[in-house]
Write a protein that binds this ligand. Structure first.
Ligand code: M6R
Length: 616
């Protein structure tokens, strides 16, 4: 939520800012704005509610004076409606100071009352303007932006990334991070700030994540980092693994289409370097030695949304292979149930962005109570991996479309790698099974490439179903989380009411929803892997068919038993029981995208959603 970019250097800052905001559009926003310190020493600003393009059109009609220092922002509304006046930047000190903010200032009301009593006036409804005016107030007393900024951030509570600049100090941007992401990009004679590295990857691959409660000051030739208390900090640099082209569409009609096509690579890259001599070894966990895992008696998987469904799939595999009880908990529910956590609890968080506030808070909670923590994350340098004992990065590449696709399959892959790693270290399953499972993982990219060829078939289906009012999804065992994910994708992308059910639950209530013509997707388990589960799901299909449902079965190649009962059959390649769901989800991703497209919707940026949910 909210994208932030800051630039100081010799380039025309407006181009850098707009490019940085464009590449961070996926984070989700409803207004955008920029402020630039002009070469004449004036602070100039433009901001607009709506898409970034509206701001850009406005800038074409009313160009800003050029300058080499600037800040830019995309806002996802929290305090105050998404209208021009509430968009960032917010100005203070008679228009000589500009400030942008991601997060929520929780004590803004009290500060606003104090500032109002001292004669300050406000033009917006936002908590951010309060921070801008407080900074101006502190600046009036200190006459030094760094000092005033440090004093300001120490007064604020809640979650915030702030960037600010003042016309009196034209080559300086100050920034702070508290419970909200901020990264630095190191250039040559120029420096950058961003919510994530997409903000500046076009210009530099050298980056560092700003730590919790740290302040950064950038000038063209220097970057200094301190704690909120003023202690100097040496930022830990890392190289950005991908280039700007990886976050561009590359000829695809949407980021979502591109990212679905990258499913095979996402799995291949996540496995890379983690299978040795036919056995899974995850070096990032291995580095902690055998003691890290030996005492573990319970595993909790923490995540939200799609990542939690990846967790559900992973829970079946980890429990089976590692022989350790595994729970999956929604991060935002976790803390409030007073969970039992001991030093023998291993918490594995799953987050594409690594910035989901609910998950971050849940990980902190578990960690403070002595749990060991592993983060599965797709974003280098993000907060959750930084605050976890170990990190297993998924190497799915940047996921720009708001709805998650390739990151989901990469997350399941990472969970499987961890499950097989633990099983090997704790010697819980025969070596032959470990080797066979590692081979199944290695075979997945080719099978996923095969599944992608069902695209045309699904497109026709999606067009035919574009008027549907509701779509149901059924699955059993590892097929159940896939049903949940299929339903979530359809809700997010096509705004259609969709529900996923465990097939066995049908007769306990949901079957009442079945009426003539009701479309139901059914994920059919392979009869080779489990004849019993297969025949139970076939019975479920018959039960809904008898009540008028229109059945679309996702079944493995050669499964003839579904043919008499399904209106449509989408085939997936043969795979082991735990590996089928990774294949079965892809047709559902394509279906949701095609249906949204048939309805003329924006598949990359669905309404109301943010890619990175950085507030609780
Ligand atoms: O970045 P995270 O993986 O932590 O995000 C978790 C969820 O917000 C995310 O998966 C969300 O459900 C997506 N919109 C799914 O498409």
């Amino acid at each position: 939520m909210c994208g932030i970019v800051g630039y100081v250097g010799s380039q025309d800052s407006l181009g850098v800012l707009l490019g940085g905001l464009k590449r961070q559009e996926y984070r989700g926003y409803d207004s955008a704005g920029v402020a630039v310190l002009s070469n004449e020493g004036e602070l100039v600003m433009a901001k607009k509610a709506g898409k970034l393009q509206m701001l850009m059109d406005n800038l074409t009609a009313h160009p800003l004076a050029s300058g080499h220092t600037g800040i830019g922002h995309t806002r996802w509304a929290t305090h105050g409606a998404p209208i021009d006046v509430n968009a960032h930047p917010h100005l203070a000190d008679d228009g000589r100071l500009a400030l942008i903010h991601n997060g929520i200032v929780e004590n803004f009301y009290e500060i606003k009352a104090e500032l109002t009593a001292r004669g300050h006036e406000f033009v917006s409804e936002t908590d951010t303007e309060v921070a801008a005016v407080l900074l101006a107030d502190n600046y009036a007393e200190t006459g030094d932006l760094r000092t005033a900024f440090a004093r300001t951030v120490n007064r604020l509570e809640g979650a915030f990334t702030l960037l600010a600049m003042h016309a009196n100090e034209p080559h300086l941007i100050v920034a702070a991070r508290h419970n909200s992401p901020l990264v630095i990009g190191f250039g040559d004679g120029e420096n950058f700030l961003g919510s994530d590295v997409a903000a500046f990857v076009e210009f530099t691959h050298r980056a560092a994540a700003v730590g919790q409660n740290q302040i950064v000051a950038i000038t063209p030739d220097s970057v200094s980092v301190t704690t909120f208390a003023g202690e100097p900090v040496v930022p830990e640099e890392f190289d950005i693994e991908w280039d700007a082209s990886a976050s561009e569409k590359g000829g695809w009609p949407s980021f979502m289409a591109k990212e679905i096509s990258e499913n095979p690579d996402a799995v291949a890259n996540t496995i890379r370097g983690r299978i040795h001599d036919g056995m899974v070894v995850v070096p990032e966990i291995d580095a902690f030695g055998p003691d890290f895992l030996s005492g573990v008696s319970r595993i909790i998987l923490l995540a939200c949304g799609t990542a939690s469904y990846a967790g559900l799939v992973g829970s079946y595999a980890i429990e089976k292979w590692a022989g350790i009880p595994v729970d999956v908990q929604l991060s935002h529910e976790f803390r409030y149930r007073d969970p039992v956590i001991t030093p023998s609890t291993l918490v594995i968080s799953i987050s594409q962005s690594g910035e989901t506030m609910d998950t971050l808070m849940a990980v902190r909670y578990a960690s403070e109570r002595g749990a060991k923590t592993i983060s599965i994350c797709n974003t280098q340098g993000a907060t959750i991996p930084r605050e976890s004992d170990a990190v297993v990065y998924t190497h799915a590449g940047p996921e720009v479309a708001v709805a998650s696709t390739k990151a989901f399959v990469a997350q399941i892959t990472a969970l499987y790698l961890i499950g097989l790693h633990i099983a090997r270290v704790r010697d819980t399953v025969p070596e032959a099974l470990l080797q066979h499972s590692a081979q199944e993982l290695s075979d997945l990219p080719a099978k996923l490439a095969e599944v992608l060829s069902v695209g045309d078939e699904i497109r026709t289906l999606a067009k035919w179903m574009s008027d549907s009012q509701a779509v149901l999804f059924l699955g059993r065992n590892v097929g159940f989380p896939i049903a949940l994910e299929g339903a979530l994708k359809l809700k997010e992308l096509a705004y259609i009411h969709a529900e996923g059910f465990a097939a066995g639950e049908l007769k306990h209530g949901p079957i009442a929803l079945i009426d003539h013509g009701q479309p139901v997707f059914v994920i059919v388990p392979s009869p080779r892997n489990s004849a019993e589960m297969h025949s139970k799901v076939i019975s479920n299909i018959q039960e809904i068919r008898a009540r008028g449902a229109r059945v679309i079965a996702i079944a493995e190649a050669g499964d003839a038993a579904v043919l008499p009962f399904a209106d449509e059959v989408i085939r997936i390649p043969l795979a082991g029981p735990l590996f089928e769901p990774i294949l079965a989800v892809v047709p559902l991703q394509i279906f949701a995208m095609e249906l949204a497209d048939a309805k003329g919707l924006d598949v990359d940026q669905p309404r109301n959603l943010a890619k990175s949910v950085t507030v609780e």
